[in-house]
Design a protein around this ligand. Structure first.
Ligand SMILES: [Zn+2]
Length: 276
């Protein structure tokens, strides 16, 4: 069937990264269609997941995702990153859950550890498939973080974000900025491995399981009630403190320069260790 109607879409800022190469520099795309459909479907048909869109303007009028595209429309589509300072009620972005909590694609395992490090309830299991991620996001009212564009296009994904950076430190800064988390940090309160909430434990209780040198050097320990891991302020502590500080500074920091658009899902490496 020949498409007989046409709308002009103009994507702004980093939404252009999702477009096919010829359209990337201008952000302009001709959208041909032959039956009425929502602007959400039109936008996503060109590669942009709805979670990354903060505002849609048709002929100077703001519309929501259900707007039915008409022949001859000129549609401007603005990115979440452009409207970070704008109240969510004035954008298409749903408000973040309170408290803020996340579910992460298994490929973002190091980011999940860093989000726990700064105190956010974060679940991430390599065994979960796309259906699992979407249903956990909805059922537990979590924000889905992924580098899988297709996953974010699913209509059941209400709260989600595409993670642009490939470096886990940069990813953390990106998430803190996007969800305005810098003032809501509660570092060193969650188990990095399993998301359990840590609580103080007597040295005597755990001494038998500690390396002798650790026992000598440290008096304060916390334990995860879920997986029984014990943490102390060991040699990794300074490095982890730096990561926390980078998260605190994230809102002030200049726009991250090392963000790479739409790279393949990155591979995770193991960053295990019990020392805080
Ligand atoms: Zn644990």
């Amino acid at each position: 069937m020949v498409n007989t109607m046409k709308a002009d879409l103009r994507f702004h800022a980093d939404l252009r990264d999702f477009l096919d190469k010829p359209a990337r520099s201008s952000g302009r795309v001709a959208h041909f269609f032959n039956a009425q459909g929502s602007v959400k479907d039109a936008i996503e048909s060109h590669g942009i997941p709805h979670t990354e869109v903060a505002r849609i303007v048709v002929d100077r009028r703001s519309v929501d995702f259900t707007y039915q595209v008409a022949d001859g429309d000129r549609i401007d589509v603005y990115s979440v990153s452009e409207l970070l300072g704008v109240a969510p009620t004035k954008t298409l972005c749903p408000p973040a859950p309170n408290p803020v909590r996340f579910v992460l694609d298994g490929h973002l395992r190091r980011l999940s550890r860093y989000l726990r490090l700064i105190g956010f309830d974060t679940v991430c299991e390599g065994a979960w498939n796309d259906d699992d991620l979407v249903s956990i996001q909805a059922r537990e009212d979590r924000i889905l973080l992924t580098r899988d564009v297709g996953l974010l296009k699913r209509s059941a994904v209400v709260r989600g974000a595409y993670i642009r950076a490939t470096d886990p430190h940069q990813q953390l800064v990106e998430v803190v900025r996007r969800f305005h988390l810098a003032r809501r940090l509660d570092p060193f309160t969650r188990c990095l491995e399993c998301n359990g909430v840590l609580s103080a434990v007597d040295k005597d209780e755990v001494a038998g399981n500690l390396p002798p040198r650790t026992r000598e050097l440290f008096d304060d320990y916390v334990m995860c009630p879920a997986c029984r891991r014990v943490y102390w302020q060991g040699s990794h502590f300074a490095r982890l403190t730096h990561i926390v500080q980078a998260a605190r500074d994230a809102d002030q920091a200049a726009a991250a320069s090392s963000l790479h658009p739409l790279a393949e899902r990155d591979h995770d490496d193991n960053d295990a260790g019990r020392e805080l």
